[in-house]
Structure formats: structure tokens, C-alpha cells
Design a protein around this ligand. Structure first.
Ligand code: 9MR
Length: 559
């Protein structure tokens, strides 16, 4: 605090705030020219630099509450590897009062679940006329340190950050405005970049971004890894492709770990022939503000699939979760219908020809008993239903078919693998849809098993697939994971293998997908502590060791 105050007083003097003379600067590296800033949500490469659009991206919890900021990280762009001192300079141009922020990540955040796990990094920017600084230390999603410096900054500001030992020295327009403790925030000697816009405006432009070593330090720049991974001929996908009736084996994939975790990328590309975007196609990611679309992470998944000969099963167009808050806000029925169809048109239009299948409607069946007796016929009375009634499903499928005529269109649901009113209501709904000529092609059975009671009889599941065949519908296992108690890995393996066997045997079952593949990031992580403890629901453990479930899947495909 005292150091920061002293430095603030020194504003205008371009010497050091640490008391030591300014260290010698090494060669300058340009981080914009010739580097990839085009696969970065909200960013556009223009002649005057990288235009950063205000996205206001947030990740909400599954019930729609929360809303943690989720600023984009340029994982397909350059990152720095350095030793010793370092100086980073940026030019930020604002035209309409937008707050402009540059993020320097010492460790990339894990953007995987409804939580975004913020790790070590800083954010420096211009908010109003002041320099704003935040530092995250990796032990909480909230900044450990927040400061504002200086004042009276104009529309174009030159910011600089110097990493000097355990201090960070901050400059605006050539003047030191403050020093702050850096507390090992870049202790791994790496920096990834992100940019974000806040306040009321539409965006800003990053006109320059340069780095140079200080005081004899070392610096190099790395680009993102190649998306194509080496293939084996003996992976799950090969076994599945070699069957008399070839089958696709898929998994849910997230762009964050794909670009930052080599083992994750290798395993996804080597073992699977289909991928489902776990979160990156969901509404809160792709349309965070009304009419503002951001597809960078989704495009990365498509590029990865293409590079590795995988199909994309896209997920999802119409759901009641993972919505940006503006979509949940009160609106007229007509407006709501317009929002839904416009979202489908733009998103399915963007991915037309690039994805093989869509989950058009996700989880339409209700969890409440009363909805099975009160005239809702088991359909969940969420925002889309409230506006359009059951007809929202018809409209969604028809709009999706128009937007991407060649995609195979699915309805995706959980808890319908076994007999009971939920399945009966779904079957009745599907019958009505077919009678009304709705262009639905198939049904995904999620097969989440979070507790022993979720384990369902494979033969009951087989009957469901056959019932769908009777309606002329395809089926798939869409999101299987099996959470087990300690020592129950063999039981877990049996569950996976039994469902896969049914899918192989029933001719209308087109693919078998797990919901993630490594416990390192699985969606069953325990979020009660920070950082979340991994679950154990997937075929690879958190160190990428194959579990009995993996071997059981292989055996099932190799019979
Ligand atoms: O695994 C997903 C998790 O990371 C998200 O926070 C959550 C909300 O968007 O969705 C999870 O995926 C769900 C999928 O989209 C639909 N079926 C249930 C999945 C597991 O919860």
C-alpha cells in the first residue's frame, strides 16, 4: 500500500518505483503482427490492430444463478516464455468510453464447467480515466489485490507492465503510476494474453502489443500447438470403425483444455471419432449479449474435429440452462419466440456444413410430478414453453432444418433409459412430433449415472431403442458418465460396456459418447471446495491412466 502510494506521487517521473535504476531493455518482440488474434472470442484483426468487442461473457450456475465474469483468453494466439525481468507494452484506443482491459495470465484459467477457475494472473486496463489493476493468486476466483492509479487518461493510452523480481511496475503514457507486489504471479515464466471490454461502450482497439526482456532476462514467443494429433490404429475409434456396422465413439470436449493440455488433446483426437462441444456452443458462450455472437471457441472445436477426422455432434440450440441473463429477462411471447428462432438461425447457420448433427432441443422433459398430470404432458414448463407451449419444439426443429438442411437433428434427454412415466411421456411427445411432421431424426439418451440408483437395466434401454426404431427415429448414447464409490471401478466398467453393447447391437443406434473422458476435468467434480476436487466418472483418471472402464469399452468393441 505504502509503495503504491509513493509511486502514485511519483507519477510523471519515468524512473523506477522500486528505488533501483531502470533495468536495461533487450530486443523488442511484436506480439500482434503475424500472430493469431483471429480465433479469440470478441476479437477481430483489423488494420489498426485487434478490435475487442464488449461481450459481457459470464458463466452461470446450472440453476441460472451466479454470473462469474468469463473474459476470453487468446489460447490460439501467442504466449510468452521468459526468465528474469520483462516489460510488456500495449496501446489501447477507446472511442466510446469503453473500459479496456488486458489480461496477462501466468496460468490459464480452467474454463470448463459452470465455474471458471481463475488461476494466477493480472488484469490491467483503463476504466474511466484511471489505470485499473487486479491480481489473482490462484487460491480464489476473486482478485487478491485490486488498485486504481492516476487519472485523467485520454482515449488512447499506452500502458506498460514491468515484471521486476517480486514487484510489478505499472506505467501509463510513459509515466510510472504505481508498483504492486507480484507475489509469484508469473512464477512459471509464462504469460498468456486475454482482452476484454467493460463499461457502457461497444469495444476498443489493441493497437500495439510488444514484449522485451529486462536486465539480461530471456524471452521467447510460442504459438498454440497444432490441432492435428498423431493417430494410432488401435484406439477406440479404430475398433468401432472396424465393426461390421461401423459406429462412432464420441466424447464431450472443451476448447480450454484442448489448447493447453497436451495429454487431453492427444487422447481426444486419438481415441474418438466424434466430439460434442461440452459448453462452447451453449447460448451464454455464443450469444452473450443480444445480437452479439462469439464463435471462436466453437470454431476451434470444429477445426480440431476436422484436423483429426472426427464428426461434430453439436450441442445445443434450445435449452433452459447456460443462458445469458438477457435471454432469461422478461419479454413478450413474440419476442421470446423471435429470440429462440434467431439464435437457432444464426448459430446453426454459422456451423452449417461443419457439424454433422445437432441437439436441437435439450432436456425437454420435466422433473416435477405435477407436470405429468396438469396438462403439460410431462413437458418442462420453462421459458420457451411458457412463450410457445409444446409448439416451441416443433418451431425449433423446423428452424434448425432450414438453417442447416443436412444436419441430423436430435432431441437429447436424461432419465429416459428405463421404464416409467418420464419415458412414456417422451414417447408420446415423439409420436405427436412425428404426426405433426416435425423434422426430428433421433433421440440422445444421456445415460448419466451419478448414483447407484441411476444405473439402468440395459435390456430396458434396448426396448427404448427399438420403440424409437418403430417411429423411424435414430438413437445414440450421448453423455455417459458413471460416478462410483471407492473400489467400484469394475462396476463402472460393466455399466459403460453394457450400454455400448446395446448400442452396437441395435441398428438405429448411431454413436456412443461419454461426457468427457478424463477425471481431470469431468463435470462431476465436487465444487464445494476450491479448487474443485475431480470426480471419478470417466474412463481415464486425472493423470490420464486408463481405468478398467476403458478396457471394458475396448473389449465391447472388439468382440
Ligand atoms: O458438463 C457441463 C457443465 O460443464 C456445465 O456447467 C453444465 C451447464 O452448462 O452442463 C454440463 O453438461 C450438461 C449437458 O450440457 C446436458 N446434459 C447434462 C450435462 C451434465 O450436467
Amino acid at each position: 500500500m505504502a509503495a503504491a502510494a509513493a509511486c502514485a506521487l511519483l507519477a510523471g517521473v519515468s524512473t523506477s518505483c522500486t528505488g533501483a535504476p531502470a533495468p536495461a531493455r533487450g530486443p523488442v518482440t511484436d506480439l500482434l503482427g503475424g500472430r493469431d488474434w483471429a480465433h479469440f472470442a470478441g476479437a477481430e484483426q483489423t488494420r489498426s490492430g485487434v478490435r475487442v468487442t464488449r461481450l459481457d461473457r459470464r458463466v452461470t450456475r446450472q440453476d441460472g444463478s451466479g454470473g462469474r465474469p468469463n473474459p476470453p483468453v487468446n489460447l490460439r494466439g501467442p504466449h510468452l516464455v521468459f526468465r528474469g525481468g520483462l516489460r510488456i507494452e500495449a496501446r489501447l484506443s477507446r472511442t466510446d468510453g469503453t473500459d479496456a482491459y488486458l489480461h496477462l495470465y501466468g496460468e490459464v484459467p480452467v474454463v470448463y464447467d459452470e465455474w471458471r477457475r481463475e488461476r494466477r494472473g493480472v488484469r490491467i486496463g483503463v476504466a474511466g480515466g484511471r489505470v485499473r489493476f487486479d491480481r489473482w493468486d490462484g487460491d480464489s476466483d476473486r482478485p487478491a489485490l485490486t488498485r486504481s492509479f492516476g487519472g485523467g487518461l485520454g482515449d488512447e493510452v499506452r500502458l506498460a507492465v514491468e515484471v521486476r523480481g517480486d514487484r510489478l511496475v505499472l506505467e501509463a503514457d510513459g509515466h510510472v503510476v504505481g508498483t504492486v507486489p507480484g507475489r509469484e504471479v508469473f512464477g512459471h515464466g509464462r504469460i498468456w494474453f486475454g482482452a476484454d471490454a467493460g463499461g457502457g461502450g461497444r469495444g476498443w482497439t489493441l493497437g500495439a502489443l510488444r514484449a522485451m526482456p529486462l536486465g539480461g532476462g530471456r524471452l521467447s514467443v510460442r504459438d498454440a500447438p497444432a490441432l492435428r494429433v498423431p493417430r494410432s490404429t488401435d484406439a477406440l475409434r479404430d475398433l468401432a470403425a472396424g465393426r461390421e456396422r461401423p459406429l462412432r465413439v464420441g466424447t464431450a470436449v472443451a476448447a480450454g483444455p484442448l489448447l493447453t493440455d497436451d495429454a487431453y488433446r492427444r487422447t481426444a483426437g486419438e481415441e474418438f471419432s466424434m466430439l460434442t462441444p461440452e459448453n462452447d456452443f451453449k447460448a451464454q458462450f455464443v450469444q452473450p449479449r443480444r445480437g452479439v455472437f462469439a464463435f471462436a471457441e466453437g470454431d476451434t472445436l470444429v477445426d480440431f474435429a476436422r484436423a483429426n477426422g472426427m464428426l461434430v455432434h453439436a450441442h445445443t440450440l434450445v435449452w433452459f440452462e447456460a443462458l445469458p441473463s438477457w435471454m432469461r429477462a422478461a419479454m413478450t411471447r413474440e419476442d421470446r419466440e423471435h429470440v429462440m428462432t434467431e439464435h437457432i438461425r444464426v448459430v446453426a447457420g454459422h456451423f452449417r456444413g461443419k457439424v454433422a448433427e445437432w441437439d436441437v432441443v435439450n432436456e425437454p422433459m420435466s422433473d416435477e410430478d405435477e407436470d405429468y398430470t396438469n396438462g403439460n404432458r410431462g413437458v418442462r414448463p420453462h421459458l420457451w414453453f411458457e412463450a410457445m407451449g409444446e409448439r416451441y419444439i416443433d418451431i425449433a426443429f423446423r428452424t434448425a432444418r432450414e438453417a442447416d438442411p443436412h444436419a441430423v437433428l436430435y432431441l437429447n434427454e436424461y432419465g429416459v433409459e428405463e421404464d416409467g412415466p418420464r419415458w412414456d411421456a417422451l414417447y408420446a411427445l415423439l409420436t405427436r412430433l412425428k404426426e405433426r411432421g416435425v423434422p426430428i431424426d433421433g433421440v440422445g439418451f444421456q445415460n448419466h449415472e451419478y448414483a447407484a440408483a441411476d444405473r439402468t437395466d440395459p435390456e430396458a434401454f434396448r426396448r427404448k431403442l427399438r420403440a424409437l426404431a418403430g417411429l423411424g427415429l435414430k438413437a445414440r448414447v450421448s453423455e455417459m458418465d458413471v460416478l462410483v464409490g471407492e473400489g467400484e471401478e469394475d462396476a463402472q466398467a460393466r455399466e459403460f460396456a453394457a450400454k455400448l453393447a446395446v448400442c452396437e447391437e441395435e441398428p438405429n443406434c448411431t454413436s456412443f459418447s461419454t461426457w468427457g473422458f478424463t477425471d481431470r476435468y469431468g463435470s462431476t467434480a465436487d465444487l464445494r471446495n476450491y479448487p474443485p476436487a475431480p470426480g471419478n466418472a470417466l474412463p481415464w483418471d486425472s493423470a490420464y491412466e486408463a481405468k478398467p472402464a476403458y478396457r471394458a469399452l475396448r473389449d465391447a468393441l472388439d468382440r
